[in-house]
Design a protein around this ligand. Structure first.
Ligand SMILES: C[S@@+](CC[C@H](N)C(=O)[O-])C[C@H]1O[C@@H](n2cnc3c(N)ncnc32)[C@H](O)[C@@H]1O
Length: 458
């Protein structure tokens, strides 16, 4: 029998919130039917207005809050609710860490069917604001004025903003300065609908330890208008800048960077350090966005590998060789693989820069290169993976199962795909021993995990 929807659009009702979704919305149930409400916390009661109904759920808006959660805090800035980014900023940091630990536990049980894994409390930050070393903001136009900021939640409307509370001050300053310069020089902002205009995005990346800044201007056009004036003004107003890069993206796409990248001033890369290792980072390469917590994450990954000095290690999805070089200090030999050729160039340069002779790198897909290495007779004692959000490719997981390294250390930015992949590895003879969540992204719902598995056989 068809179940009827117990709420109507525009209806106002009083509800009690029981839970939080994976994207931080409060969940209330009306006759078992879920209603999702942003910025509501478990244990709270309040009046909501239904703004959308679907077959299996409804979306509501908070009208009035009656009982407040002890985890509720004032949001730090009146207009910050407009941005999609900080979904948990109305929650104490202690509450955020508990929420994330709970998310990881639930997902490991629900998706991975992993009931007896040890999950530790999340390793959080002392000061969970102004941590991001990188921003890439879309550029648009409002009332004839160039604007840059963030997309409004679930839309492509740009909210003009000069400060994000989760970015390092140097990154905020860089974005604002470049925005002002482009506006003063009359550079036409890109228009997504008409696919006209010039400037699509401004990217700034800052080496927190070295104080070096990179600015990337992403345009639709091959030509960067007022190039010389732009360089002059950027170098005057941002004395920490060491690299200015022009990237061309002429396609109608949501992907930010295009295929053509030219260094128009200064170095090809900026430097930063994590622990004792120094890294060169170029415009297209992945580099963790929270430098303080990166050290915490990599230290844990190193501890989980249990390296004693002679082991052969494979680091899949190695980026610019960050984890590889961290591990090379304690391993016999490390092989890194990564799909972005420029990142592999950085990784090789980084090995040299640090005088590390026992790390080798190859560009290609991990799911192609590692099976090839295995076919050639190469094996690893420890295999580390740090894939993007979609997790590991099945061909790679199958190769790990065939290769049988004693240990697998899995670094993940998505607990859902982590749980899926751990299940596949468990079915192939591995046992997940520990999962340590690390808060790389305070104020947001994202959580990073590092876990280790031991080969026990089937
Ligand atoms: C989460 S990042 C980790 C990078 C590095 N381990 C670090 O901590 O900086 C994932 C990396 O995987 C790369 N990548 C994506 N798909 C890949 C694939 N199929 N094979 C190899 N690398 C891939 C990305 O370019 C990115 O550098």
């Amino acid at each position: 029998m068809k179940k009827s929807i117990p709420v109507r659009k525009n209806e106002e009702i009083t509800v009690r919130f029981e839970d939080l979704t994976h994207d931080g919305a409060g969940v209330a149930k009306i006759d078992g039917f879920p209603v999702f409400v942003r910025r509501a916390l478990p244990g709270e009661t309040g009046k909501i207005k239904i703004i959308k109904t679907q077959k299996n759920y409804a979306i509501g808006k908070l009208v009035e809050l009656n009982d407040k959660s002890p985890y509720r805090v004032e949001i730090p800035r009146e207009d910050s609710h407009k941005y999609g980014g900080c979904q948990l900023e109305h929650m104490t940091y202690e509450g955020q860490l508990k929420y994330k630990e709970n998310q990881v536990r639930q997902v490991l049980t629900r998706i991975g069917k992993l009931e007896d894994v040890v999950v530790y409390p999340v390793l959080g930050m002392e000061e969970p604001w102004h941590y991001r070393n990188k921003a890439q903001v879309p550029v648009g136009e409002k009332d004839g004025k160039l604007i840059a900021g963030f997309f409004k939640q679930r839309s492509h409307e740009i909210v003009d903003t000069d400060e994000s509370l989760i970015q390092l001050p140097e990154v905020n300053e860089a974005i604002k300065a470049v925005k002002d310069i482009c506006s003063e020089l009359g550079i036409a902002p890109y228009n997504e609908e008409t696919h006209k205009g010039v400037l699509r995005h401004i990217m700034a990346r800052y080496g927190k330890e070295t104080g070096e800044l990179m600015v990337v201007l992403i345009t639709r056009t091959l030509e960067l208008p007022h190039k010389n004036e732009l360089i002059e003004e950027i170098t005057v107003r941002l004395p920490k800048v060491k690299s200015i890069v022009h990237n061309v993206n002429s396609m109608r796409t949501n992907v930010i960077m295009g295929p053509e990248t030219t260094v128009i001033w200064g170095n090809e890369f900026i430097y930063d350090t994590i622990g004792d290792v120094k890294f060169a980072i170029s415009a297209l390469s992945f580099y963790q966005v929270n430098p303080d917590q990166t050290k915490v994450l990599y230290d844990k990954a190193l501890e989980y590998t249990g390296l004693t000095g002679g082991e052969t290690v494979i680091d899949a999805y190695c980026g610019i060789g960050t984890i590889s070089l961290f591990l090379a200090q304690k391993a016999g030999l490390v092989f890194g693989v990564e799909v972005v050729p420029q990142a592999i160039e950085d990784a090789k340069r980084n090995a040299e820069l640090n005088g590390i002779m026992n790390a080798e790198f190859e560009a290609g897909e991990a799911e192609v290169v590692i099976p090839k290495w295995y076919k050639e007779g190469n094996k690893a004692d420890v295999l580390v993976v740090d894939p993007p959000r979609k997790g590991c490719d099945e061909a790679l997981l199958q190769t790990i199962i065939n290769m049988k390294p004693k240990k697998v250390v899995y670094v993940s930015c998505n607990p859902g795909t982590l749980a899926r992949d751990l299940r596949i590895l468990e079915d192939g003879g591995y046992k997940t021993i520990e999962v340590q969540p690390v808060d790389m992204f305070p104020q947001t719902t994202h959580v990073e995990c590092v876990s280790w598995l031991s080969f026990i056989g089937i």
